[in-house]
Design a binder for this molecule. Structure first.
Ligand code: SAM
Length: 216
């Protein structure tokens, strides 16, 4: 996502109660941040945050953590949550690069990972930067519970084909897959559209989705 830098966004993020400022210190004890033992789901590259915010509102007994690299983008999500009528106590945000994910979450601390419309990094030499690469799947395997899943959706066929090819070599298995999410009632049940999903599906693009789990 290319977004103009918003002046003051770093300061706003640094002083927001919705953002965990020292996430590495919470490693292995995220339950203490939420004050309960409920399961924890994360979205990596959450952008402006509609997806994870709506999930948190619909599921108050699940904890959600939105992860976004850029403060200017994260600020949009924070502003939306702050403008809501009621607080959303089961939702917090982290401003960080996903490469550091294992320093922030302990072994098997996470129940589910959402990846939505990830940056495609089209050049071959940048393949390992793709959030669905085997390098990232190896990191996710460490922080995810054994019965945990990753849900990934995109309209980018090249990125999706790459992601599907990474699954088995990285030690994962596909539990569900569709090449037309909105036309697939089973996989689409309860689907919450992201900002990108709404934009690209309204242009007529099919949405691809997989759900994968560790091949134990
Ligand atoms: N998920 C949102 C959606 O579907 O509307 C936003 C999609 S946007 C194309 C991708 C987002 O992922 C951007 O906001 C970008 O800053 C973020 N992102 C990309 N790489 C990241 C990384 N390594 N760590 C954290 N966030 C990342």
């Amino acid at each position: 996502m290319r977004l103009k830098h918003v002046k003051g966004s770093e300061e706003a993020i640094a002083s927001s109660a919705l953002v965990v400022q020292d996430p590495k210190e919470k490693r292995g004890k995220w339950f203490s941040v939420f004050g309960n033992d409920n399961s924890v789901r994360i979205e990596i590259g959450m952008g402006k945050g509609r997806f994870i915010t709506e999930h948190a509102v619909r599921n108050p007994d699940i904890n959600y953590i939105g992860i976004e690299k850029y403060s200017s983008v994260l600020l949009r999500a924070i502003q939306k949550v702050e403008a809501m009528e009621k607080p959303v106590p089961n939702l917090i945000f982290i401003c960080m690069d996903a490469t550091e994910i294992c320093e922030v979450f302990g072994e098997k601390e996470i129940d589910r990972i959402y990846l939505n419309f990830s940056d495609p990094w089209p050049k071959d030499r940048h393949a390992k930067r793709r959030l669905e690469s085997r390098q990232f799947l190896e990191k996710y395997a460490r922080i995810l519970k054994n019965d945990g899943v990753i849900e990934f959706k995109t309209d980018n066929r090249i990125l999706f084909d790459f992601a599907v090819e990474e699954v088995e070599p990285a030690g994962w298995k596909i539990d569900a897959i569709t090449y037309d999410l909105h036309g697939d009632p089973a996989v689409n049940e309860g689907n919450i559209m992201t900002e990108y999903e709404e934009k690209f599906s309204s242009m007529g693009n099919p949405i691809f989705k997989y759900i994968i789990s560790k091949n134990l």
